[in-house]
Design a binder for this molecule. Structure first.
Ligand SMILES: [Zn+2]
Ligand SMILES: [Zn+2]
Length: 349
């Protein structure tokens, strides 16, 4: 059996490059030769076992992959050899539970997650399910477009959940990969954007990308300043930050009837929990809403990819080789990565 190069995690924080067997597609599976793959913060959290759910080791991270189908399983009827497809966070879902039939398949209790269960995209080849691989528009830049498959669609869907109107104020907390996407989509939606982070470089880049106001989360007067600028608070917070204190801050900058959409997952604390204290009185008197938003459905991804063709793609700060993923993880861990790192498998030739 021929071998492929893969970034393999053997145990929490124990990873490296290995040569392993190229997987064989069975049933409705397709074999995809990867061209590009984004590196998402979630990959680092999964590789480190930062979240409550333990992956099945050995595992291959990566869920923002674009590639060409080179082989199809015997039951495939829709996807053909030569098709360009995307491999995202959701490997498959059951297709008939109440969530699947109502177009919310991302909530399917039987969904299978790429890399937690199935091999991910940090390898020369991976496997997808023909009903759940994502069609990639012909004119999408596969390098800058790969991160849309998780980061992009996650930010896009979070903004959709907030149901904002043109000229509303939205605060985007955390200007990492998700935050940059959120700024681009929010601009397109005609919103007034407030960017919040603790890193002045990230705030500068948010400003250059069109944020109307930028604030350091460590500024003791941040709440008062935002309330003044927005005449009473923001209509929504899109919280992509990986610190629990930012969710607490998010509640205080909301306008009455405002919504905080949580999308960034902080690491678990020493007790294994990921929680923040909720100001109960303010939530009641302000009729605030808190929503969770997890990645997006195939339809959300289709829409986010269509916007990708129109130029809403990630700011790729670094094009890397598979061998450099460990270094990218280090930068992500320290919060030093501006924009997205994307693996270019084509560069290995
Ligand atoms: Zn289902
Ligand atoms: Zn992701």
């Amino acid at each position: 059996m021929s071998k492929m190069k893969a970034f393999v995690v053997r145990a929490p924080k124990k990873y490296g490059i290995e040569y392993i067997d190229i997987p064989e597609p069975v049933n409705n599976e397709v074999l995809v030769k990867l061209e590009t793959s984004g590196v998402c913060h979630t990959d680092l959290h999964i590789a480190n076992f930062d979240w409550p759910r333990q992956p099945i080791y050995p595992m291959i991270p990566g869920h923002e992959g674009i590639g060409i189908v080179t082989k199809v399983g015997p039951m495939c009827t829709k996807i053909k050899v030569g098709d360009r497809v995307g491999i995202g966070y959701m490997y498959s879902a059951c297709g008939h539970c109440e969530y699947c039939v109502s177009g919310k398949e991302i909530l399917c209790p039987s969904k299978i997650v790429t890399s937690l269960v199935k091999p991910g995209t940090f390898a020369e080849y991976t496997i997808g399910h023909e009903d759940y691989v994502l069609p990639i528009p012909n004119n999408l830049d596969v390098l800058a477009g790969a991160p849309i498959l998780c980061g992009g669609v996650t930010s896009y869907k979070a903004l959709k959940q907030a149901k904002l109107k043109i000229n509303d104020y939205v605060a985007i907390i955390g200007i990492g990969g998700l935050g940059h996407f959120a700024i681009s989509y929010a601009k397109l939606m005609g919103l007034n954007i407030i960017a919040i982070d603790i890193d002045s470089k990230k705030l500068e880049s948010a400003k250059s990308e069109g944020a109307d106001g930028v604030f350091n989360a460590n500024d003791p007067l941040i709440v008062e300043k935002i309330k003044e600028l927005t005449n009473g608070g923001v209509h929504a917070v899109i919280n992509t930050s990986v610190s629990t204190s930012s969710a607490y801050l998010g509640m205080y900058i909301l306008r009455r009837a405002g919504k905080q959409v949580l999308v960034g997952v902080p690491p678990k604390d020493e007790k294994g929990n990921i929680e923040f204290p909720l100001p109960i009185l303010g939530t009641i008197s302000g009729e605030h809403h808190i929503l969770g938003s997890v990645v997006g459905t195939r339809q959300d991804t289709k829409e986010a990819l269509a916007l990708g063709v129109k130029g809403i793609v990630s700011k790729v700060s670094q094009t890397v080789k598979l061998e450099e993923v460990s270094e990218v993880f280090e930068k992500l861990e320290k919060g030093e990565l501006l924009g997205r790192a994307v693996i270019d498998f084509r560069a290995n030739k």
